[in-house]
Design a protein around this ligand. Structure first.
Ligand SMILES: [Zn+2]
Length: 80
């Protein structure tokens, strides 16, 4: 039976008593110099508003976190 393993898209349905926080990686690419990297992101879901608040936890060397954006530290342009 192929019916029981539909957990792949259980991202929104799972309620395991953890914090409603999701972590993922986002690919970075500078449009100017073509440098690529990764950003560790996390989403905090506000219980009041239901909105997601995205936080950038860390980025590959050569990129900088600037508020909710990631910029190439050489070109100073958004790489998200
Ligand atoms: Zn660059």
């Amino acid at each position: 039976m192929w019916q029981s393993s539909t957990l792949e898209n259980g991202r929104s349905g799972a309620h395991i008593g953890k914090m409603a926080r999701e972590q993922y990686e986002s690919l970075l690419k500078c449009p100017m110099c073509g440098r690529t990297g990764l950003a560790d992101m996390s989403d905090d879901k506000s219980h009041k508003t239901g909105d997601y608040d995205t936080r950038i936890e860390s980025v590959t060397q050569g990129f900088e976190i600037k508020g909710k954006d990631v910029i190439c530290s050489v070109c100073q342009v958004s790489a998200l």
